[in-house]
Ligand binder design. Structure first.
Ligand code: 5AD
Ligand code: FES
Length: 357
């Protein structure tokens, strides 16, 4: 790495746009990942936290052009797990010492859904004596709904901005999907008291290096507690799958860029939680472990019952579609010790950034 930039990072001098652009374009990744790992070890330790993710329904009222479960995809068979089934899955996670779980689904705003979530959160809190942490990833909702779920016991929320470039956002969503509304939701969640995570997709058609630089500054400006970002992957039968504009980078380049984005997020934001996403693993079998080496500290193992997994495909070739959660656990254990990290079993693993605020 360029020595001036290297020294800036070492002495904790802020990086400017040009430095970040240089790093994103440079082929020397080793120094970058090593220094990001050093910062990670200092601020969040060499510890990985698991968030078991339950993808409990693919009914969705949104129509994002890139997503496999968008409303307009008539080829997707729709499913919805029962509340008891979700609570049972959460119980498995609790007994296996996952500190917390993520409940994710397509977006719905009807009263039945709102009450269903509240009921499920209360049920999970009850079976785990309030010990299992609950993160929600249920899209854009009204302020009062976020509040209701927070008071029921959810304490973290993931809502990706997808891209911080408003024009690009409008290219990958239908006209009634609003960038400003999404920002408003992130701010509401922060105001209510959630630990809030956001993120972007990397390698979208029409996305540039400047956009990625802006994404990193966006994370910093909005003062986020958690980041989950990963490659944009093709999803058959979506409008973007047939986009005439090709992304600027091929899969290999997107993979490396995604790792660099993790490393830079660690360098710039230090004490936040950063997830190494399944989408990284979709590009490389050991992509998630490499994410940990580049500065990430969270892994979200899929604990959805196997019979539903095939129908929750946001993108093509999603890994671990037919792997029972018990198998995943053994597999993850050895993968993580293989990269010399320990798993924070039974701990919530809150973002130190949130705690220190
Ligand atoms: N490729 C990568 N990520 C995707 N998501 C949805 N579709 C895709 C895709 N084709 C991501 C979005 C969304 C999250 C739940 O899944 O970033 O916020
Ligand atoms: Fe918006 Fe799935 S429809 S991310």
């Amino acid at each position: 790495m360029n020595t001036i930039i290297y020294n800036k990072i070492k002495t904790d001098e802020p990086l400017d746009r040009e430095d970040i652009k240089y790093i994103l374009g440079s082929s020397n990744t080793k120094d970058l990942f090593d220094i990001a790992y050093e910062i990670k070890s200092k601020f969040v330790k060499q510890k990985v936290y698991f968030r078991g993710i339950v993808e409990f329904s693919n009914y969705c009222k949104k129509d994002c052009y890139y997503c496999g479960i968008r409303k307009g995809n008539s080829g997707t068979k729709r499913f919805q797990m029962m509340s008891e089934e979700i609570i049972e899955t959460a119980d498995w996670a609790y007994k296996n010492k996952y500190g917390s779980i993520v409940l994710q689904s397509g977006e719905r705003e009807d009263k039945t859904f709102i009450d269903f979530i509240e009921h499920t959160i209360l049920g999970i809190k009850e079976i785990s004596n309030g010990e299992l942490g609950i993160t929600l990833s249920l899209g854009e909702q009204d302020y009062e709904v976020y509040k209701k779920w927070f008071f029921a016991g959810a304490h973290r929320y993931l809502l990706r901005i997808e891209t911080s470039n408003k024009d690009l956002y409008s290219k990958i969503h239908p006209p009634d999907h609003s960038f400003d509304k999404r920002i408003g939701c992130i701010k509401s969640l922060q105001e209510i008291g959630y630990q809030v995570g956001t993120g972007v997709m990397i390698g979208l058609p029409n996305q540039t290096i400047d956009d990625l630089v802006n994404d990193l500054f966006f994370f910093k400006d909005i003062d986020i507690d958690m980041i989950g970002m990963g490659p944009y992957l093709n999803s058959e039968n979506t409008p973007m799958s047939n986009d005439s504009v090709q992304p600027l980078w091929n899969n290999e380049e997107v993979y490396v860029l995604s790792l660099k984005m993790i490393a830079l997020a660690r360098i710039l934001l230090k004490d936040i939680n950063i997830a190494s996403t399944t989408a990284l693993q979709a590009l490389k079998p050991f992509g998630r472990e490499m994410g940990l080496k580049a500065g990430a500290n969270i892994i979200m193992p899929n604990i959805t019952p196997v019979e539903y997994r095939e129908d929750y495909q946001l993108y093509d070739d999603k890994p671990c579609i037919d792997e029972e959660k018990e198998l995943c656990l053994g597999c993850l254990d050895s993968r993580i010790s293989g990269v010399d990290e320990v798993i924070g079993y039974g701990e919530w693993g809150d973002s130190p950034h949130f705690i220190n605020r």
